[in-house]
Design a protein around this ligand. Structure first.
Ligand SMILES: NC(=O)c1ccc[n+]([C@@H]2O[C@H](COP(=O)([O-])OP(=O)(O)OC[C@H]3O[C@@H](n4cnc5c(N)ncnc54)[C@H](O)[C@@H]3O)[C@@H](O)[C@H]2O)c1
Length: 366
């Protein structure tokens, strides 16, 4: 009974449901027996996980702009969700350099618009708002950031996430903390990878597009490290946070970090080679290094996840190899084996992840 069955039969609204994480979350909630509702402004990529998995048939979806607070409010009042997961955002760093103003309004005003709608909720509702590890003021030190560290952001995307955190905190302190019917938590996670992502400037996407056409992938910053984690890791964290808040097992109004195991901090080059190997390619010919860095991105950012372990009994599940394997399996099925039911494959990968988590005795999976 994953997550103590709290999502079964519940109305769950996912903003940003057509995106990468939103699509995986929708499939998972569907498996958990939830009635899934979505709100997004568009289908952000072609192809997209949303379309490949035919999620329009499984989710009650509405198109709209998250910044339109009247629309957001009306939609929430119409559905009366038991849970809200807010993921809608302009999530691409390079786009934040092209459209800084749009990034700020979507990520900051968009979050305020969701909070405005939450203020008008009169029924019991549990809300999990998603920001990012980039919300932290990155002082480029070697230690993992803790939830008590300062938020900030030297580039526009990071700043928009730091600002979203401040907006959430001020709404919480000014209004929502005094609402006995609302539970609220914040999820902060870093770079995620997984099947079904086609967003630009993401290394896995570049790899699988190149590999599927028998080409070499071009990589910049081969030695830059990222704490890679499968998309199911933060999603299990968000779902655990929702469950714990719902059952009053967790402090209300608190942020939580959800990060990978320390061993998963590999270089871009290592990840590319490992993925190529799993694709049955010669790993030494898989990548061409261009060293062309078009914009400044903050380096090295690790999360300290002790709080999630102590209070939510959560830690990440997959080892690095498992993570690379399931990603390669997903994209190989899409690119090389036509006629595959990608929704079914995604469900099987979620079931596998849940089984592994149960094997690790994680509270949420038992
Ligand atoms: N993918 C990552 O590595 C990562 C890392 C840390 C945090 N996050 C955060 O997780 C969340 C989801 O990320 P993702 O990778 O799925 O992003 P994505 O780009 O794949 O999806 C973004 C979603 O938001 C929607 N959206 C964008 N602008 C909107 C607007 N103005 N109105 C309504 N909807 C809008 C899009 O339609 C889409 O559904 C975001 O908040 C992102 O910042 C992602």
């Amino acid at each position: 009974m994953a997550f103590n069955n709290v999502y079964k039969g519940k109305k769950v609204l996912v903003t940003g449901n057509t995106g990468f994480k939103g699509s995986w979350l929708s499939v998972w909630l569907n498996m958990l027996g939830a009635e899934v509702y979505g709100f997004s402004n568009e289908i952000p990529t072609t192809p997209s996980m949303f379309e490949v998995c035919n999620l329009a048939d499984k989710v009650c979806h509405r198109f709209g702009d998250i910044r339109d607070k009247e629309l957001m409010n009306a939609y929430i009042q119409e559905i009366k969700p038991d849970f809200i997961f807010h993921l809608a955002a302009q999530a691409i760093v390079s786009t934040s350099y092209e459209n800084p103003f749009d990034t700020i309004t979507t990520n900051v005003v968009g979050t305020a618009s969701v909070l405005e709608a939450i203020r008008n909720i009169t029924w019991e509702c549990t809300c999990v708002l998603i920001t990012s590890d980039k919300a932290y003021d990155n002082v480029e030190w070697i230690w993992g950031y803790r939830e008590t560290d300062a938020v900030g952001g030297k580039d526009v995307y990071s700043g928009s996430k730091g600002a979203a955190e401040l907006v959430i905190k001020s709404y919480w302190k000014s209004f929502i903390a005094a609402m006995p019917n609302i539970k609220l938590g914040v999820g902060r996670a870093g770079n995620v990878i997984g099947g079904g992502d086609w967003a630009k400037d993401r290394i896995i996407v570049d790899c699988v597009k190149a590999f599927s056409q028998g080409e070499t992938v071009e990589i910049r910053c081969p030695q830059s490290t990222r704490p890679w984690q499968h998309v199911l890791e933060p999603l299990s964290g968000y779902l655990t946070l929702g469950w714990y808040l719902y059952e009053n097992k967790s402090e209300n109004g608190e942020p939580y970090n959800f990060g990978p195991r320390a061993e998963q901090t590999k270089t871009v080059f290592e990840l590319t080679q490992d993925l190529a190997e799993r694709w049955s390619l010669d790993k030494n010919k898989a990548a061409k290094i261009t060293d062309n860095i078009p914009f400044k991105e903050a380096s090295l950012l690790k999360l300290n996840c002790d709080k999630a372990l102590a209070y939510l009994k959560w830690h990440s599940t997959f080892h690095y190899d498992q993570c690379v394997n399931v990603i390669a399996d997903w994209y190989k099925a899409y690119y090389l084996e036509h006629e595959v039911d990608m929704f079914g494959l995604t469900e099987r990968q979620i079931a596998y992840y849940m089984k592994e988590a149960a094997g690790e005795n994680l509270d949420w999976a038992l």
